[in-house]
Design a binder for this molecule. Structure first.
Ligand code: GDD
Ligand code: MN
Length: 348
């Protein structure tokens, strides 16, 4: 449990834990960054009273995510739960999470956003921030897509999920770090009601929201799978530039329009191929380069046929403005190109 100036909350939480888990063996590790003397003192008093309580007080480092990682390092159990120390995460869900792991799940995530759950403990502005963060995360990272509450600070994992994985969260959202980098196959979400904070206040800030964006960016860049679609889009854009530049040069050299158009398109296809081969699918290069190039060209030609077909159908009889129709065609062929290249040209 990460704690920062939580006053009396940890004590109340310990009482709750003993009430809900009377027969379990567990240790509680508080990784504390408090600046408030009373909070520190009360936490240390807990350690004196309860032998299963451990307190790590940090002075050099601060931050929720890194506190949790520190807790992982100190922990000794086969099963590790992370939760806030302010009682917003109801302790009553823990037994259900333990049953889920015993039944073979690797990760158990209490969720506010499946039937039976609620995020009632958040203010309206925080609900909006949380909603945006959740959707951005799920759009940005494939591995978050099937999780309804990836920004939760409440979850339980088997140790094997994080064993040997180097976790480097930026800021708060340690769960997305684990979902993106951890080794797991089965996740269970359990509905719960996020409670209102009884004592003290939230430490969420604009800085943390910015950290979240940096965190997403880092996770995308670090994973060949996650970054592929972004690199593909970037390479595609570079192809448009190459195409236009060359076209302009050739026209100035008095070349016929259609020859200039075809030549620049073909050169752009070549630079796109090289960049995709070296960047987008750099981890998936197998066999000879010229075979990949051939597949790439075939895929692209089908792509062009599709975009032309979509364009003609939509723009037929001026039903749709031809510029929009062209955009629609380009979109269709981009999706096609990405998937066929992914599963054929650069098949792993
Ligand atoms: N060690 C340490 N260092 N702990 C911290 C720090 C820090 O810099 N900042 C916050 N904490 C601790 C708090 O003491 C609390 O136990 C927990 O982390 C959550 O902080 P809150 O300030 O209460 O966050 P929140 O209630 O706004 O949001 C929480 O709940 C959301 C819903 O699950 C967070 O866990 C969010 O990540 C989560 O989305
Ligand atoms: Mn809280």
């Amino acid at each position: 449990m990460p704690t920062y100036n939580e006053l009396d909350n940890p004590k109340r939480l310990i009482n709750e834990l003993m009430r809900h888990l009377p027969d379990e063996t567990f240790e509680v590790i508080f990784v504390d960054d408090s600046s408030d003397a009373r909070s520190i003192e009360w936490l240390c008093a807990l350690r004196e009273t309860y032998p299963f309580v451990r307190v790590e007080h940090r002075t050099r480092e601060r931050g929720l995510g890194s506190a949790v990682v520190r807790g992982f390092e100190l922990s000794r159990g086969d099963v590790i739960a992370v939760m806030d120390a302010d009682l917003q995460h109801p302790v009553g869900v823990l037994p259900e999470m333990m049953r889920a792991l015993a039944a073979g799940y690797d990760v158990a995530i209490p969720s506010r956003f499946i039937p039976g759950g609620s995020d009632g403990g958040l203010s309206l502005p925080r609900k909006l921030v949380s909603f945006t963060a959740r959707w951005m995360g799920r759009l940005a990272l494939k591995r978050l897509r099937n999780v309804s509450d990836p920004t939760s600070g409440y979850f339980m994992v088997k140790r094997a999920v994080i064993d040997g994985v180097s976790l480097r969260p930026v800021g708060w959202k340690i769960l997305i770090e684990i979902l993106a980098r951890g080794s797991y196959s089965r996740i269970l979400e359990i509905p719960y009601a996020f409670e209102a904070r009884a004592l003290g206040e939230s430490k969420m800030s604009l800085q943390e929201q910015w950290n979240y964006l940096r965190h997403l960016g880092r996770l995308i860049l670090d994973s060949p799978e996650e970054r592929r679609v972004y690199l593909f889009a970037l390479v595609g854009t570079s192809g448009v530039l190459v195409n236009e530049l060359l076209y302009d040069v050739l026209i100035h050299l008095q070349m016929a329009l259609w020859t200039a158009g075809a030549l620049s398109a073909f050169v752009a296809m070549g630079t796109n191929f090289v960049l995709n081969d070296r960047l987008t699918w750099v981890d998936a290069r197998a066999g000879q380069a010229h075979r990949r190039f051939l597949k790439y060209v075939i895929t692209s030609l089908f792509g062009i046929a599709q975009s032309t077909a979509v364009l003609s159908v939509l723009a037929y009889g001026e039903r749709v403005n031809s510029l929009y129709a062209n955009i629609a065609g380009i979109a269709v062929s981009m999706v096609w190109n990405f998937y066929i290249n992914n599963f054929w040209t650069w098949k792993k």
